[in-house]
Design a protein around this ligand. Structure first.
Ligand code: ADP
Length: 375
């Protein structure tokens, strides 16, 4: 639809330019005609006034010379006007580029239909570049303000509790409780810096990928075992249905994907809930589905869950130490592996995250490289 509109606009533009060209040629011809006509009538008076007696041929030559002089005078007046218009437009482009180079991206050059052919593409590119740079700048500022906020809140809490701890009348229990909060907040800060470094490295396009062949099912099984203290403390029911799948991928990076998804599932599922992980394989892909019976995510918040620093439930997150970077990291890693991640969720019922990864260079006959076979 948009393409058709654009084509229509282009066609209309072409026709408009052809009309303008025809009109300009007509005006030039009219000027030539007018110069010659004026010269034809005034030259005999000039010859009379000068008292010359000339033959018809020389009278014709004089008419031509006067006509050319008249035409030259008209061009001499009109050309600088057109040139000034051209220069003014050119200067507006130069000014816009200078403004951008100073870091001010609030630039929009107004296209000029007279210079569409010469500068149209350039003007469009500069406007587009300014728009993109402006968007990046807004994202950068938003990022800085989010980081500052994430750093500021644990620091405020640490300072507050450190001051409370100076009170010598505190009971041992109270003292332990406040020390525990301080420890949690420092861990949160450390996790934030760790996640920020990870995300920056992943987004830098220079993140080293070390693909090795390994058993994906064993990796997930191990991670479930490692996080046993968390899920058994909440008495969660864990159900694993993992097909035997070998994949060639960066083992450490994929481990981060499952850790983040599993930890979120544990974190956002109330006591006695359940977590189910399914893994099935098709010809070219492996699909891992992490499903929980947790609090779920509201429909209007769902499109934002992969955004940096997004937290659906800020108050709950504060107590559970999240910083809203986990799913951004997951998404980036999945993208680096040319896979996809999707989420469906119903508030109060649970969430399902589905990761699809291409099974590039998988060889069923090759022995597992790093993981031990699943028990
Ligand atoms: P965080 O470190 O805060 O968990 P994430 O990027 O991992 O950051 O998640 C972003 C937000 O998405 C979370 O704060 C939470 O609100 C929501 N979320 C993620 N996973 C789940 C889940 N399994 N159930 C409910 N909400 C979730």
């Amino acid at each position: 639809m948009r393409l058709r509109l654009r084509l229509k606009k282009l066609k209309a533009n072409k026709m408009w330019r052809a009309c303008k060209l025809a009109f300009s040629i007509m005006v030039i011809l009219l000027f030539i005609l007018a110069s010659w006509s004026i010269s034809y009538f005034i030259t005999p008076y000039l010859i009379n006034w000068a008292g010359w007696s000339v033959t018809d041929y020389w009278a014709f030559v004089l008419v031509c010379i006067v006509a050319l002089l008249l035409l030259g005078a008209v061009i001499g007046i009109l050309f600088p006007l057109a040139r000034n218009k051209h220069l003014a437009f050119y200067q507006s482009i130069v000014d816009a580029v200078k403004q951008i180079s100073r870091g001010d991206f609030d630039v929009k050059i107004k296209p000029h239909e007279d210079f569409e052919d010469e500068y149209g593409a350039l003007v469009e590119s500069i406007n587009h570049m300014a728009g993109e740079l402006g968007q990046m700048e807004r994202m950068r500022q938003e990022f800085i303000s989010n980081v500052s906020h994430e750093i500021q809140s644990p620091l405020t809490s640490i300072r507050g509790f450190a001051r409370v701890l100076q009170n010598e009348e505190l009971t041992e229990d109270e003292r332990q409780h406040y020390l525990y909060i301080i420890e949690m907040e420092t861990m949160r800060l450390s996790k934030l810096s760790d996640n920020l470094l990870k995300l920056t490295s992943l987004e830098s396009d220079h993140h080293p990928m070390e693909p090795v062949l390994f058993r994906l099912d064993s990796q997930i099984r191990k991670l479930i075992l490692v996080s046993e203290p968390q899920w058994s403390a909440k008495e969660l029911d864990i159900d694993l249905n993992l097909a035997k799948v070998s994949i060639k991928a960066d083992e450490e990076m994929l481990s981060q994907v499952w850790v983040n998804l599993i930890h979120n599932a544990i974190k956002f599922t109330p006591d006695n809930g359940s977590i189910r992980i399914d893994m099935k394989k098709s010809d070219a892909y492996v699909e891992v589905v992490v499903q929980d019976s947790g609090i779920g995510i509201k429909a209007d918040q769902l499109p934002h869950v992969f955004e940096r620093f997004f937290k659906a439930d800020v108050s709950r997150n504060r107590t559970q130490g999240g910083n809203g970077l986990g799913l951004s990291i997951v998404q980036k890693i999945v993208q680096l592996h040319k896979g996809t991640i999707a989420v469906v969720s119903t508030r109060g019922v649970g969430s399902t995250f589905t990761v699809k990864l291409p099974l590039c260079m998988v060889d069923e006959g090759v022995p597992v490289v790093r993981n031990s076979p699943p028990k």
